[in-house]
Design a protein around this ligand. Structure first.
Ligand code: ADP
Ligand code: MG
Length: 832
């Protein structure tokens, strides 16, 4: 036997000392050359020294300077990724996580097993992974499982300037995790990377970092960009204005890519279509591209071939979900017609004479290679923007604000900026949300302009006047100050952060938002109730530091909003889980049905939309079912639609025919799988398995589902205004909710629009012409005191008149014996 020699005593490395190793990377010469052009390469030594010497470093650099792609490589080469810890990078957008992991793998000549990504539904992480790109939400979930993030040697928080809520929370958490790791002698590095915007929120925030971390500024070689403002601002038709501007640039200005910023996916597609039609490919076929959308000829051939085929629907089990036979007329999809005479548009363009030398004008017959770019675009299609356009064409990318900072597209010389952005707005008091297109901020507009000067001097055409620009906000306020925070608060409570007001947020959410979130969580039973008696000051203090309850812990383990998590937590009873999982998935994904209310471009389209809408209304009525199931309303429609779609094999055709969004259906399927796994891990005896096809619920189950929905959406109750309460004719068919002073209405697209049940719960209120409730289900008032005691007053236990609504307090009053008060979460029995 070999004598036992004690291992040599190695000096412990100083926590922040440089790892001794240097890991060589085998890059191709072309890659190496391309890298050397990036401004960040000049700063490698400075950056690595700062990282070696400091636990926390902030790197600031203009978009495109190479932060995202290069810093992970610097760290890898310096030996920061090893068997006992890897490099993690968070991105606020899924697009960026996927595409950046692919890019870095390619640059380093490593496989996707080593440079991997993880986003909500998918990933390719392996045991060999050394560099892991992920969305910020993914890392937050990992912190819940392992607070010290012991798998990581380095965490890079990328795009910190975007100030997404998860990024903000992560920075707050990591500001505490880093010193803890240091204490445990397993040091970890935190690198915060940002475009050159407002880093003071991080550096000058004493609660966040006791000593301000060093900031390294990467000077990008930015070429001058000439900004041209429109003389007047087209307030409505910015899309049309964008089209005209791109056409004019393409006709009149020298070669160079065009990047146009619009606000949403539908607009992006519509502009792409118009541009492709205006400047079709004539000779140039795109080689090896395989994307049929790229030439107009191909589109029409494709459409013709589809038209000829007779559509046969997959067989559907009629006992499960009834589906109407398809009339063939619906399948006949015409290419969208767009007869605008492009040559005739002589809009007053501000293309100054200086850049339009005679003779320099380009040939207007040059084809335009038009590509869309938005965050939900399939990754293969996203990757196309990085490839050079086919020879003899001009690249034109029509993008949403993903192209603002997360992705840098090569070869852009002209930027067309509509100046708008689509944002979700919340009313803090009521939780009413609406998507609104608003002016962007000055900082964002400047970011957009900067995209034009990456490779040579460029031009930015702003489709608004300089006066309008002057009125823009300087910066967009961080997301955390603009949205409800109950999901974050629940996550924080599950990390045992009880006093959320003391949390080191880079920018704290308003206190009323914190209070609203805690109140909701208490009402849902996710937090332990604060004491009811005592001194007011103490009571108020206790209110904002309630620990999590056992129910809350279960809820926090589901990757959905707390209201939906509560629904899942109740659903093991009466075998309701598969249905609740489906309903919750559908509510989380939102917008199952195509939008038919959009303005049509032509009369023909108007007719087409009308036809489609009629069919969808018919289908919704079928899916809502008969008798008892009807009362589950729009949620029954969701259940029916998902069930029918799965029975039909979840095909694009089925979705198209029935007005469902195929993408939404695919996402629902994924989320159902994910939630099933989550339920099984929380409750192993649930024994659920993923069966996309489920039998329709029984009448009793539908009633239980209505109770479950009520328990989750308890603060979203509405009661129909009775005839005698009608103060005003315009309140006819209106509902009153405890939260709002104004009347609300059932959305015309709801299956309960005509039925007007007395008590309903709704998924959300959206404000368009009126306040509309969407996702509506009917409930029975006697369930309220059982399932939602915090929302009820209790009258005298002797008499039991039906619950009534109190207009002064806005509360629903239930005159029920307080015996009901603590029945727990058992669902009331249902007579079958
Ligand atoms: P930053 O993070 O500072 O904004 P990036 O590291 O994202 O910069 O980009 C650096 C350079 O790498 C840019 O010039 C960009 O065009 C290029 N690049 C990024 N992704 C790809 C890709 N998938 N294909 C080709 N070039 C890319
Ligand atoms: Mg980046």
């Amino acid at each position: 036997t070999v004598p036992q020699v004690p291992p040599p005593q190695r000096a412990r490395p100083k926590p922040s000392s440089k790892p001794a190793v240097f890991i060589p990377v085998d890059r191709s010469p072309e890659m190496q050359e391309a890298r050397l052009k990036l401004p960040i390469l000049a700063e490698e030594q400075v950056i690595m020294e700062a990282i070696n010497e400091n636990p926390i470093v902030i790197i600031c650099g203009e978009t495109g300077s190479g932060k995202t792609t290069q810093v992970p490589q610097f760290l890898y080469e310096a030996g920061y990724a090893s068997s006992n810890g890897i490099i993690g990078i968070t991105e606020p957008r899924r697009v960026a996580a996927v595409s950046m992991s692919q890019r870095v793998a390619k640059e380093m000549n490593l496989s996707h097993r080593e440079v991997s990504y993880q986003i909500r539904y998918e990933g390719n992480v392996t045991d060999e992974t050394k560099i892991k790109f992920m969305t910020d939400g993914v890392l937050l979930k990992e912190i819940q499982k392992d607070f010290l993030l012991s798998r990581y040697k380095v965490i890079i928080i990328d795009e910190a300037h975007e100030r997404s809520v998860y990024t903000d929370i992560l920075i707050g958490l990591l500001s505490r995790i880093v010193p803890l790791r240091e204490k445990k002698r397993q040091p970890m590095k935190l690198i915060v990377m940002s475009a050159t915007l407002r880093v003071e929120d991080f550096t000058e925030n004493k609660r966040l970092f006791s000593a301000p971390p060093p900031v390294i500024q990467v000077d990008a070689r930015q070429f001058p960009v000439t900004v041209h403002f429109n003389k007047r601002t087209p307030f409505d038709d910015y899309s049309g204005e964008c089209f005209r501007k791109v056409c004019k640039i393409h006709r009149m200005l020298p070669p160079g890519g065009i990047l146009a910023f619009l606000t949403g996916q539908a607009e992006v597609h519509s502009l792409c279509r118009r541009l492709r039609k205006a400047f079709p490919f004539r000779k140039n076929k795109v080689e090896g591209d395989g994307d049929k959308e790229d030439t107009v000829e191909e589109i029409s051939r494709f459409k013709k071939s589809r038209r000829k085929k007779t559509m046969t629907l997959p067989k559907i089990d009629l006992d499960s979900y009834s589906v109407m036979p398809v009339d063939e007329g619906d399948e006949d999809r015409e290419a969208e017609t767009d007869d605008e005479d492009i040559a005739g548009s002589d809009h007053d363009l501000d293309l100054g004479d200086d850049e339009m030398e005679e003779g320099e004008k380009s040939d207007s017959s040059l084809p335009l290679y038009v590509l869309p770019l938005y965050s939900l675009l399939a990754p293969e299609k996203q990757a196309k923007v990085f490839r050079p356009p086919p020879p003899g064409t001009r690249l034109c990318i029509v993008a949403t604000n993903v192209a603002e900072t997360s992705l840098t597209i090569p070869g852009i010389k002209y930027v067309v900026d509509c100046g708008k952005v689509k944002k979700r707005f919340y009313d803090k008091a009521t939780g009413v949300s609406s998507f609104r297109v608003t002016w962007t901020s000055q900082a964002s507009a400047n970011q957009r302009a900067g995209r034009a000067g990456r490779t040579e001097p460029g031009h930015c055409y702003r489709l608004y006047s300089s006066a309008v620009f002057g009125d823009f906000e300087k910066f967009s306020p961080p997301e955390i100050t603009r949205r409800p925070v109950e999901d974050l608060i629940l996550q924080m409570k599950s990390l045992n952060i009880e006093k959320t007001v003391n949390f080191p947020f880079p920018t704290p959410p308003p206190t009323d938002a914190l209070v609203a979130a805690e109140e909701l969580l208490i009402a849902l039973g996710a937090l332990q109730e604060p004491p009811k008696t005592g001194r007011l000051k103490e009571l108020q203090k206790a209110k904002l530091s309630c620990p999590i309850s056992p129910l809350g812990t279960v809820m926090a383990s589901f990757p959905v909003a707390p209201r939906y998590a509560k629904m899942l937590a109740l659903s093991k009873q009466y075998d309701c889980l598969p249905y609740t999982i489906t309903i919750v998935s559908a509510m989380t994904v939102r917008e199952l049905f195509e939008e038919f209310d959009r303005p049509a471009v032509s009369e023909e389209e108007t007719e087409k939309l009308k036809g489609k809408r009629a069919r969808v209304v018919q289908m919704q009525r079928i899916w809502a079912g008969q008798g008892a199931s009807q009362k589950l309303g729009d949620l029954m429609v969701m259940l029916g639609a998902v069930g029918a779609c799965e029975y039909a094999g979840c095909t694009p055709q089925f979705c198209e025919t029935n007005g469902l969004r195929y993408k939404a259906m695919v996402e629902i399927r994924r989320l159902r799988g994910q939630l099933t796994t989550a339920v099984n891990s929380v409750c192993p005896d649930a024994g659920l398995y993923v069966d996309p096809k489920m039998k329709p619920p029984t009448a009793a189950q539908v009633t239980y589902l209505r109770q479950i929905v009520l328990a989750g959406l308890g603060d979203h109750i509405a009661r129909r205004i009775q005839a005698e309460e009608l103060l005003d004719e315009k309140w006819k068919n209106a509902y009153k909710t405890p939260l709002l002073d104004d009347p609300v209405f059932i959305h015309p697209n709801s299956v309960l629009f005509k039925q007007l049940p007395e008590f309903v719960v709704y998924q959300e209120i959206v404000e368009t012409t009126k306040m509309y409730m969407k996702g509506v289900s009917a409930i029975e008032p006697e369930w309220i005191p059982v399932l939602l005691p915090p929302y009820c007053h209790f009258g005298k236990p002797m008499e039991y008149p039906p619950p009534s609504y109190c207009p002064e307090t806005g509360k629903i009053k239930c005159h029920r014996p307080s015996v009901f008060y603590r029945v727990g979460w058992q669902l009331p029995a249902v007579e079958v």
